[in-house]
Design a protein around this ligand. Structure first.
Ligand code: AMP
Ligand code: ZN
Length: 112
């Protein structure tokens, strides 16, 4: 996806503050953090949103979800964390490459 912001980050064409990566996913700091800790976890393959997830992505999605608690602990979030996946315009999705927000820390916002 040549015009996808997160694909450009994956390709190294746009800088990002990367905190974790493996063969299936990349995790970096949100450029406009909404909490003390605000990470974005993305699959290496371009999946537009949760609407486009299918059986072929089972391994990737399970792997990503299982990494989140480890990442939270590494960020010092010992008491817990929040995970958000915005889907489609109606869900507040702005970047159309599937991403899981991982938020936590002292200034964790509400759902407003
Ligand atoms: P969403 O509204 O779920 O699509 O979230 C997109 C997120 O991407 C927002 O929280 C933005 O702050 C974040 N964002 C936008 N551009 C960048 C960027 N270049 N690097 C890191 N995060 C970004
Ligand atoms: Zn993409």
């Amino acid at each position: 996806m040549s015009d996808c912001l997160f694909c450009k980050i994956l390709a190294g064409e746009i800088p990002a503050d990367i905190v974790y990566e493996d063969d299936k996913m990349l995790v970096f700091k949100d450029l406009y953090p909404k909490a003390e800790v605000h990470l974005l976890a993305i699959p290496r393959v371009h999946i537009t949103s949760l609407n486009e997830v299918s059986d072929e992505h089972d391994e990737i999605i399970a792997h990503m979800i299982k990494q989140l608690p480890k990442l939270a602990k590494e960020q010092g979030l010992k008491d817990g964390f929040r995970t958000i996946i915005n889907t489609g315009k109606g869900g507040g999705q702005v970047v159309f490459h599937l991403h899981m927000h991982l938020l936590g820390g002292s200034n964790l916002p509400g759902f407003q």
